[in-house]
Design a binder for this molecule. Sequence first.
Ligand code: NAP
Length: 304
Amino acid sequence: MAYGKVALIGLGLIASSIIHAMRRAGMTAEIAGFARTPETRDAARRLGLGTVVDTAAEAVEGADLVILCVPVGAMEAVTAEIAPKLKPGVTVTDVGSVKGAVIAAVAPRLPAHARFIPGHPLAGTEHSGPAAGFAELFDNRWCLLTPLPDTNGEALADLVDFWRALGAKVDMMGAEHHDLVLAVTSHVPHLIAYTMVGVADDLSRVTASEVVNYSAAGFRDFTRIAASDPTMWRDVFLNNKEATLEILGRFTEELFALQRAIRLGDGAHLRDYFTRTRAIRRGIIDAGQDTSAVDFGRFASKPG
Ligand code: NAP
């Protein structure tokens, strides 16, 4: 492994999963971690998540790889804090769900000697915190890296090897494209789930106990997604505004078209539409990104 010491800033779901996956891979690197609150730091200590220190600056001292694992909106402040303590030639990466805004927040605050390679593992669950992590989280999941024009080739190769050792597949793309792709595959779907659960909550003619007791699989899936961390998702929407609004605009147009088909009794339109969407589900299963196993939402499932 190229890194003698790895520092994780933020010790939640993603950081703790990285630590578990590093250990599973047999990596011997020294691991240092920092989280904002004493409660999370104590929990991380109890869980044995490396050497947990009380400041971010202390965590990165002597580190060869620094991974920013905080909500997107906190990236700028933590970068400003760690910048003076970074070792020359250090690789700094992040796991934030938005890339354009993170690059704008982090890159200008790093010293010239640091090698910044933005990243985003497409793996998660609706759970958060240091106890939520597990070693298999990244297995067979994509980790997208969005290198900058001046990214050092050797540092990039080392980071690709690191993510592969954690079980992930690695791909690269531009930050702007990443943010559009994720708006389609993750950000807008989350917004739709939040909305649908909010609608059910607002519908006074359907009681809360009916929503809970008679929830069909579709609604249950929405509630799982809508249980995701509020801070993380607030930051995603505030920082991927343009792409989210573009996809949301298209979504609204399609919704109106389906609404019209229902009103007009246009069954052919509905059937054709649902046939097309079913094929996308098959494609995801064929690509190994989900299984076709029947899941009524009653099994303890790890991948999100
Ligand atoms: P998480 O479980 O909620 O953990 C977040 C960590 O960041 C906690 O240790 C928290 O410390 C710390 N933190 C929060 N605000 C901070 C601040 N202002 N300064 C310093 N530390 C702060 O979150 P996560 O799910 O691991 O997500 C971390 C990052 O990964 C986010 O950028 C998210 O967009 C990205 N991501 C998430 C998923 C997912 O599905 N969850 C998937 C891919 C990428 P305290 O507990 O002490 O507050």
